[in-house]
Design a protein around this ligand. Structure first.
Ligand code: PLP
Length: 404
């Protein structure tokens, strides 16, 4: 049997590689393996939501399919909730929303709707690896938009403009970013949206971590003005996995212009028929009552970021921090993050992800670009963070590598 060349050439899932490194570590009761590799919530959802999931999950009525676009009640509750997040003036209704089995599927469906094999999508580097993998699988070329530590890994509109060709179908941004944690300011997102609009291409904005912005609105792009209507340009993606601590229940959302949604419906019918029903109905009946839970989680993650920053040994330098992640430059001269992370995991019992997993060899040629490591602060408490930082100091000595 032969398999597709596109899938053969697709980057393999990186998390199992890192888990295998951790499998070589010999934990002790006082020195357990500490996992700062995966962006997963640190707790289940509140009882209110668990009970609702249980009750809808055991109801005969949710055993059948629902509309391809999702439960009407969940779509209208989400439209309402988005007013709370983005402001009362936004121009958005439940007809602008479809629900998917998670945000990864949302991205795949959007790319299938926008691009043909050979087309191009611009991704800032380092990128979220599943976005790159989705493009590879579909035969769509990822065009790397370089970002730099000196500017906090913020992408530049001018750099992006110079990458556009007549094969570019979209610019895909993630804010707060995975893996760097960089949060893109509303003005920067507005400028990218204006660029996309001027070339009649889509701006795909994955806002999986938007609820972890605690000091600002994520952006104003849903607000109409005399020269702006988001429906000409913006495709917003959301995940319920992080904000509501339900990654296993698989629910995400796409907000897109109606013409694009009509094609996405065809794609979702083929891939999915409909997203899981119990979680949709459970969230529809609880979403407004979960606001304080979401806010408290975001505050907890923010204070863990502070703790990490305060305790990180001085030779380890933070390039950006936000959402679930901190992107950190390791202090070992001439060493690639891949070998540093392997030893950190297997010998130090600290699981973290190297920069190489968020880029290709060709996009990491420059300077110190292979010295960056992604730490997730989502799934560890402050004690674990303190212990990790202590281990980093021990490791500086133990590895016997030249330091900065
Ligand atoms: C940027 C980004 N998008 C999407 C996802 C996946 O979300 P979901 O669980 O809804 O598929 C993740 C998960 O890590 C992510 O970091």
């Amino acid at each position: 049997m032969k398999v597709s060349l596109n899938i053969i050439n697709t980057t393999k899932p990186p998390i199992p590689l890192v888990k295998a490194w951790g499998g070589r570590y010999q934990p002790t009761p006082t020195q357990p393996l500490i996992d700062m590799s995966q962006g997963v919530p640190d707790s289940p959802p509140p009882k209110l939501l668990l009970d609702a999931i249980g009750s809808y999950g055991s109801s005969e009525s949710t055993c059948s399919y629902t509309d391809i676009a999702g439960e009407a009640s969940m779509r209208s509750t989400l439209a309402h909730e988005m007013r709370v997040v983005y402001g009362d003036h936004i121009d958005l209704t439940s007809d602008d929303i479809v629900l998917t089995a998670g945000c990864n599927m949302a991205f795949v469906a959007v790319i299938m709707a926008l691009a043909d094999p050979g087309d191009q999508v611009i991704l800032p580097v380092p990128w979220y690896f599943n976005h790159k993998m989705a493009l590879e699988m579909l035969g769509v070329e990822a065009i790397p938009l370089a970002t730099h530590p000196s500017t906090g890994f913020q992408p530049k509109v001018e750099d992006c403009r110079s990458l556009l060709t007549d094969r570019t179908k979209a610019i895909a941004l993630v804010s707060p970013n995975n893996p760097t944690g960089a949060v893109y300011a509303p003005d920067l997102l507005r400028a990218f949206a204006a660029l996309a609009k001027s070339r009649d291409i889509a701006l795909i904005l994955d806002e999986t971590y938007r609820d972890f912005i605690t000091n600002d609105v994520p952006h104003h792009l849903f607000e109409p003005s005399k020269d702006w209507d988001w429906r000409s340009t913006l495709i917003h993606l959301f995940s319920f996995s992080k904000s509501y601590c339900v990654p296993g229940h698989r629910l995400g959302a796409i907000v897109a212009p109606k013409m694009v949604l009509s094609h996405i419906i065809t794609i979702l019918d083929t891939l999915l028929i409909c997203a899981p029903r119990p979680i949709q109905l459970a969230l529809a009946s609880t979403l407004p009552r979960l606001r304080s839970f979401v806010r408290n989680k975001a505050e907890a993650v923010r204070s863990r970021h502070e703790h990490f920053k305060a305790n990180l040994p001085s030779l380890w330098r933070i390039g950006a921090q936000g959402g679930y992640f901190a992107f950190v430059r390791h202090p070992f001269k001439g060493r690639h993050a891949m070998e540093v992370c392997e030893r950190l995991s297997a010998e130090g019992g600290v699981l973290v992800l190297p920069a190489e997993l968020f880029a290709t060899e060709a996009t990491l040629q420059e300077g110190d670009s292979k010295r960056w490591v992604r730490f997730s602060v989502a799934n560890v408490d402050n004690d674990a963070i303190t212990q990790v930082c202590r281990r980093l100091i021990e490791i500086e000595q133990r590895f016997c590598w030249e330091l900065d």
